[in-house]
Design a protein around this ligand. Sequence first.
Ligand SMILES: [Zn+2]
Length: 495
Amino acid sequence: MNSTSTLVFTSVLAMSSASAGVLPDNQTQSVWFQDGQAKIAEITQKPVAYDEAKNVILFIGDGMGISTQTAARIFVGQSQINHQGGEEFLLSFEQFPYTALAKTYNTDMQVPDSAGTMTAMVTGVKTRAGMLSVSDYIDRGDCGVEAATLKTSLEYASERGMNTGIVSTARITHATPAATYAHISDRGWESGVPEDCNGKVKDIALQLVESDSAIDIVFGGGRRSFEPSGEGLSGRRTDARNLIQEWIDTAPAQRQFVDTASAMKDLPVGSEQQVLGLFSDSHMEYELHREGTTQPSLTEMTDTALNHLLADNDGFYLMVESGRIDHGHHAGIAKLALTETEQFHQTISHTVQKLADANQLDDTLIIVTADHSHVMTMAGYQQRGNPILGLAAGASGNVLAKDDKPYTTLGYANGPGALTTFNEGERVDLTDVNTQADDFQQQALVPLSSETHAGEDVAIYAMGPGAQWFNGLVEQNYIYHVINRTLSLQGRRYE
Ligand SMILES: [Zn+2]
């Protein structure tokens, strides 16, 4: 049947159930129908965005695959009184007008890691897993990187006189933030390099403090890579250097170091100030466990970064990573990943409001994406509004599997949860288990000490100038090219 006859066939069917040309009332008066009509009205009135931006913010939810996003949307929706089941809720960035899907593979891996994926997003070039902003004609672990070095969009923006910032809840030397400033063939070389590479390449922490681009605002975890190791010390450096002190001493009048949320908020805001904030030895605390620490939230770090970046009028480049969605999944604990995603959603809505208040929203390209997915799945067939962290249940109670036991909506294809999923070959009965507890590990199939990344595409959401270029299915390195074009880095109007 060709497409013309399909159309004829469909309209004959429609005529048989309602008068020709008229839709039944129960259809047009449905809230679903009216929502769809409202969306059509909104889209057809969407103004054509300018294609040159003064500022850009790249938000990365590390490991925030689409199943994570859907589950987090329901999780946040279920915590809000005005929402029915949670399913109809929208996270802040899900309301952005433009979307695309990104293919995340590395040049040597079907399912990627964060180093190769972030390199793609900030240099426009895909590379091998484990390598940071160097191209793949060298191998992971090669000392010499000079000929393979790729200039990042942050470095390019800095050369063009823009203010720059990076914010992460992971160690600031960890793969995602490090790809914006470091050029190295192994993401593991955070505080030192192997002996045979000594003198040939600098470790990641050293590259950050000695970078020519001098990033204006750096907030995250990972103090240990900047401080010397030794008896009673938490530092990791074996060269006895204290890079924090060296960084301050290089320009004491312009540089501020902070290590607590309150010190960060008390900082004087001035366009000539550079700020380094390292709030924990390793990764920062999960949002679920942050209370009682001196660490700021992702929203607070981003808010302070924006205060500084907005202080002069040169435009800015800001990268914000929610680094621990990924770690919650690796631990097989979905609640950790969802509460991190909730904080990420709040950070983005706060940012949009703050830019609007500063009259900078129309000049700012905002991109929200993930570097890769995770193997968390969302199973059926529970009723609408069933707690997203609960057992799948219908009107007449828990849905039972072939082993007559209930199962959770969220589960993992692999990971540490598989070690406690089975007892002598039988799946453990979850009937009386609190699956919404903070430390509950979802059941998993394949036992691994750490749950793995997943290889399906991730979403890209965008608003502001240039956002209209996000459409369809793209390679992940395309993100760089939109930023480059939108900031006109090759001939900037906002200089
Ligand atoms: Zn990971």
